[in-house]
Design a protein around this ligand. Structure first.
Ligand SMILES: [Zn+2]
Length: 411
């Protein structure tokens, strides 16, 4: 099956030899070919060039992309897409003035989602999650990370991860899974956090590992949740099962969790709305990707991750949605890219690099995703007719996607 895209107004993120990630000043460069063609063969990118070199291949399908941009699909490296129900009532409580923390204190928040999830049968959880996955694929996401963390019992955590693995089997999108049992302290362990830590380390982690349900481990390192000390303990335990850390840190307070993550070779540290110079220093020279989640800042009205500061310090930055029922009920990466430009002052080039190549890095998918490179996955977004790629974040409320191809399959 060969598909030839012709007369592409501009082919974005074209990299003959793609780096694993882009940092600092290099993020300002987005390599493109104007008036281009792109050949997809099966599930891979076969070749590309400018129209004066268009091949006379015997192809199964030709798609005329006149006036349209083509770019690699988004890589969303941080989601909680598997969940049950919604938290619309808390949304109204917040409108009326309660804070995220106040809602959590009165039994809402993560613990509320956990109760719903524990009582939802696996098939129903799959059905709800599959609908969300189909929606984000149509919005141009071609690789996604999905976390557990709304189970908070061994059985419910395993149920979430089994659902995520089943989605991976049944859909063309690449799915990476993360064990986030340390998302909140369940009500049964109120006042006994160490008891829950024991359950995480002695029962949940071994089961997740033996059933091969996750590639990564996560912890919500935050005041009122898990301390830096807890983070060290969990990540040390997880290392013995070869689970790589991708952690929630610095959302509301800077406790030193970033340095702890770097020390445990975290693939990414995510959130970073509150960031100190010491945190930036800890990231320098590391292989850890900082990940910003601007839709979460938007929804909760909390500060945005100082992405400009991270990039200006020579660091890389990835963008992800944080799709979850409490703080970000949206998996729309187009909105994330726009919000990064509008609120975090990233340029369109920086935001697109952060949402493709660097997002792929934050899921260990650099060799197969995130750029238009020969041999990488045939994952592309074909836009509607637009004047320039800067128009994508500019016209933030419009759906500018005409078609999405994932793993060679047009949706
Ligand atoms: Zn999250």
């Amino acid at each position: 099956m060969k598909v030839l895209l012709t007369h592409i107004k501009e082919l974005l993120q074209v990299r003959d030899a793609a780096p694993n990630l882009v940092s600092g000043k290099d993020m300002a460069t987005l390599p493109t070919i104007k008036n281009a063609w792109l050949l997809l063969e099966g599930d891979r990118i076969a070749d590309y060039g400018s129209m004066d070199t268009v091949p006379q291949h015997d192809v199964s399908e030709t798609i005329d992309c006149s006036g349209k941009m083509v770019l690699p699909t988004w890589c969303d490296s941080h989601t909680h897409l598997v969940y049950a129900g919604n938290r619309e009532q808390e949304f109204v409580d917040r409108i009326k003035g309660l804070s995220y923390q106040e809602i959590a204190q009165k039994g809402g928040g993560i613990v509320n989602s956990a109760k719903k999830l524990q009582n939802t049968p696996e098939e129903e959880l799959y059905r709800q999650s599959a609908a969300r996955l189909e929606e984000v694929m149509r919005l141009g996401t071609g690789a996604i990370e999905i976390k557990s963390g709304y189970g908070l019992t061994t059985e419910a955590e395993l149920k979430m991860l089994r659902v995520a693995k089943k989605l991976a089997e049944n859909y063309p999108i690449s799915v990476r899974t993360t064990f986030l049992g340390a998302h909140a302290i369940p009500s049964e362990y109120k006042g006994n956090k160490n008891g829950y830590m024991d359950l995480l380390c002695n029962e949940m982690l071994p089961k997740v590992a033996s059933e091969n349900l996750a590639e990564y481990v996560d912890v919500f390192c935050e005041e009122g949740y898990f301390s830096v000390e807890d983070t060290h303990r969990l990540l040390s335990e997880a290392a013995s099962y070869h689970l790589i850390p991708k952690i929630h840190v610095n959302q509301f307070t800077a406790l030193g969790g970033i340095a702890a993550g770097v020390q445990h070779n975290a693939l990414s540290v995510d959130h970073l709305e509150v960031l100190t110079d010491a945190d930036i220093a800890a990231l320098q020279g590391s292989k850890t990707m900082p990940v910003a989640l601007p839709s979460c800042s938007y929804f909760l009205s909390i500060p945005y991750t100082p992405g400009r500061k991270l990039i200006d310090a020579g660091l890389p930055l990835a963008l992800a949605t944080d799709y979850n029922p409490g703080s970000t009920p949206s998996g729309n990466m187009n909105f994330v890219v726009a919000t990064a430009c509008i609120k975090m002052k990233l340029t369109p080039e920086e935001a697109i690099n952060a949402a493709t190549l660097n997002g792929a890095y934050a899921m260990g998918l650099s060799s197969s995703h995130g750029s238009i490179t020969k041999g990488k996955k045939a994952n592309v977004i074909i836009t509607k007719e637009i004047p320039s790629y800067g128009y994508l974040p500019y016209a933030f409320g419009s759906n500018l996607i005409d078609a999405v191809i994932i793993n060679g399959e047009q949706l």
